[in-house]
Design a protein around this ligand. Structure first.
Ligand SMILES: [Zn+2]
Ligand SMILES: [Zn+2]
Length: 397
């Protein structure tokens, strides 16, 4: 490989440029070097891009959903991770200390001695700067958390470990979705769709998904992923519709995944059954939400805050992807090259007219074989409009 590594560097709000970094030399106590195959984009990339995340360490390399191949790694790191060069791995965003009391208790997401993060708030000036996934390579810290992923799955599908991990954690681990449960999912973005799939796998009875009128395509996809009922909240009242479907008793589990809007929180509390669970995962930009705590008390509700995704959920999501049983490729709508990171983020944000994005990924390497693999038979049973869009994305200037 070349001596210099290309990476997309954010220098300010809506400002991303390609810069070159010297290739890190991997020493015996170092981590390793990961060649990026694909890096997913989510709503927090959009906020980071716009400069809405409060304090940001700029310049920095964004991209916190990386999937790649271990190019090289120290022997100690390989032993620690259980990998060898050539293995495909998914990388978690957080790099914890792995030894504080929180880490030892499995709450490493709130590690007090965090080393840093891959693509989160991490200055490019720290270390070698190659932390984020919108790059040809990232420099893995020995404490980075990796998950092996089978190599024969199209990269754009394998990289869905991130949204699918959220679906698994929020629906199954935090929501406790079980056999026959009625699940209400507020929001039909990639995480809402992933929650549909996870709920279906967990044995949910009735799955109800809400979206806006402009989410019609996503709601159709929700049905393909196993939703029984979809609700256009601009045409129907969610709470009364759920009451109708459940004979007045309400949903067993409600996941609130909508960004910014606060009405869905009140809808969640109103639509859940007595003794049910509400999982809150839709951030509201710091604004307070008005709600009745009496309702929580009188309905004996469990309300859970869903911070991020953990290792268990990522691992289970990867196993689900590896089964090849789910039409995940249907969710992938756009692939972009490294030089098009801004346009990729704007596409996911819905700022590009005519583009209806669900899952968007940056693929920094050569693009020829993957498009074919994506429309291949096993993971994508039908030829998809997404595949067409994917090609369009690549041709974009
Ligand atoms: Zn993300
Ligand atoms: Zn720790």
């Amino acid at each position: 490989m070349a001596d210099m590594i290309r990476a997309a560097v954010q220098t300010g709000p809506r400002q991303i440029e390609i810069r070159e970094f010297p290739r890190p030399v991997i020493g015996p106590d170092d981590g390793g070097l990961l060649r990026i195959e694909a890096c997913g984009i989510c709503g927090s990339d959009v906020e980071q891009y716009k400069g809405n995340l409060g304090r940001q360490w700029l310049p920095m390399v964004p991209g916190h959903e990386p999937l790649g191949i271990i190019e090289e790694a120290s022997e100690s790191a390989c032993a620690r991770w259980g990998v060898r060069p050539g293995d495909r791995v998914a990388v978690e965003i957080l790099i914890p200390c792995r030894s504080c009391d929180l880490c030892l208790a499995g709450r490493y997401m709130s590690c007090r001695n965090r080393v840093g993060s891959h693509g989160g708030s991490q200055p490019a000036s720290r270390g070698l700067g190659l932390w984020g996934g919108f790059a040809e390579y990232i420099h893995l810290h020995p404490n980075s958390i990796l998950h092996k992923v089978r190599g024969d799955i199209p990269a754009e599908v394998a990289v869905m470990f991130n949204p699918l991990g959220a679906g698994v954690r929020w629906a199954c681990h935090l929501g406790g979705v079980g056999l026959g449960d009625t699940v209400l999912i507020l929001g039909a973005g990639q995480r809402g769709l992933a929650a549909v799939l996870a709920s279906r796998v967990a044995g949910a009875g009735t799955i109800i998904v809400t979206g806006l009128s402009r989410d019609a395509g996503k709601l159709a996809l929700a049905r393909e992923f196993g939703a029984d009922v979809v609700i256009d909240v601009e045409a129907e009242d969610t709470v009364s519709r759920v009451a109708e479907i459940t004979g007045g008793s309400g949903a067993d589990v409600v996941l609130e995944l909508t960004p910014m809007a606060t009405q869905p929180i009140r809808d969640a509390l109103a639509a859940v059954r007595w003794g049910g669970r509400v999982v809150l995962a839709g951030l509201k930009g710091g604004q307070p939400a008005e709600l009745s705590t009496d309702l929580i008390i009188n309905k004996a509700l469990t309300v859970v805050g869903a911070f991020s995704v953990d290792s268990r959920a990522y691992a289970e999501a990867i196993r689900l992807i590896e089964t090849g049983r789910f039409p995940l490729a249907r969710m992938h709508t756009h692939t972009f090259e490294l030089s098009d990171v801004s346009r990729a983020i704007e596409t996911l944000a819905g700022e590009v007219p005519g583009e209806d994005a669900v899952h968007v990924a940056i693929v920094p390497g050569p693009s020829e074989p993957r498009g074919a693999a994506l429309t291949g038979l096993r993971l994508s049973p039908k030829p998809t409009p997404g595949a067409t869009k994917e090609r369009r994305g690549k041709e974009a200037p």
